[in-house]
Ligand binder design. Structure first.
Ligand code: BGC
Length: 261
């Protein structure tokens, strides 16, 4: 637990399931006030809110499309109306679409770009505007992926957005460092979440994925949430512009793990 997080106000996009839900719950354990955004899964968001409240925090759920300006404004307005301020903005919402790149439709490409890339820009921009105009110390956390670093055939749109999130994070971290605003990314590896549910229900695909993890297991959403708590807290006060990989070693070239090469 991080003492300084108690009472802080966080917006978490895509909080109805998976990593966003785990981050919200962890923030609840830190006794924070959490604005939980969802797009379509109202029941999931409500479940997340219940877990935040049960853990000792406060929560409100908000439907909004984070890929447009009105959507992120709704989230910001909710934070101010309910909790009076904003301390931490977590751009977590994301999606992936599998397709051979030569068959990838423009429509699917745009869907992934809009949420994973434009959504991160819009969320960051409104948070930065708030922190700047209120002369307030601020904290932005962007959910990237191991695929900001590892190419991912048949997921070109996803990998492209995560590469973008990395450099966007570094750029605004540098731009606003003097304003006491820290901006970091988290790069999860293979985590047990709904985005992977179908893939991991197939034993062969599950085992193939585990093989790419030096720690020999799939990660838990709570293990990613722990990073989001540390980055939000003053314990990481001198950290900005990093991607914190939480991946069991997936980014360490696991094909070399038994001394091959
Ligand atoms: C993706 C997962 C994938 C993992 C490792 C994540 O960013 O969302 O679907 O299992 O990277 O490849």
């Amino acid at each position: 637990m991080y003492q300084d997080l108690e009472g802080k106000v966080a917006v978490v996009t895509g909080g109805s399931k998976g990593i966003g839900s785990a981050i919200s719950k962890r923030y609840g354990q830190e006794k924070m006030n959490v604005v939980i955004n969802y797009n379509s899964d109202h029941a999931g968001a409500q479940k997340t809110a219940d877990s935040v409240i049960a853990a000792g925090g406060h929560a409100v759920i908000v439907q909004a499309d984070i890929a447009n300006e009105e959507g992120v404004k709704t989230l910001m307005d909710t934070a101010i109306r309910n909790y009076g301020t904003l301390d931490i903005w977590v751009n977590n919402a994301g999606m992936e679409i599998k397709s051979a790149t030569h068959e990838l439709s423009l429509e699917d490409w745009n869907k992934v770009i809009n949420i994973n890339q434009t959504g991160v820009f819009l969320g960051s921009r409104i948070a930065l505007e708030y922190f700047k105009s209120h002369n307030k110390k601020g904290n932005i956390i962007n959910l990237s992926s191991v695929h900001e670093k590892i190419p991912w055939p048949t997921f070109a749109s996803y990998a492209a957005t995560k590469g973008s999130v990395k450099l966007f994070t570094q750029t605004i971290a540098m731009e606003y460092a003097k304003d006491n605003i820290r901006v970091n990314a988290i790069g999860p590896g293979a985590i047990n979440t709904p985005i992977n549910a179908q893939k991991f229900s197939d034993q062969e695909q599950y085992e193939q994925t585990v093989k790419m993890v030096p720690m020999d297991r799939i990660g838990k959403p709570e293990e990613v949430a722990a990073g989001a708590a540390w980055l939000a807290s003053d314990e990481s006060s001198y950290v900005t512009g990093i991607t914190l990989f939480i991946d069991g070693g997936m980014t360490l070239y696991p094909a070399f793990k038994d001394g091959q090469g």
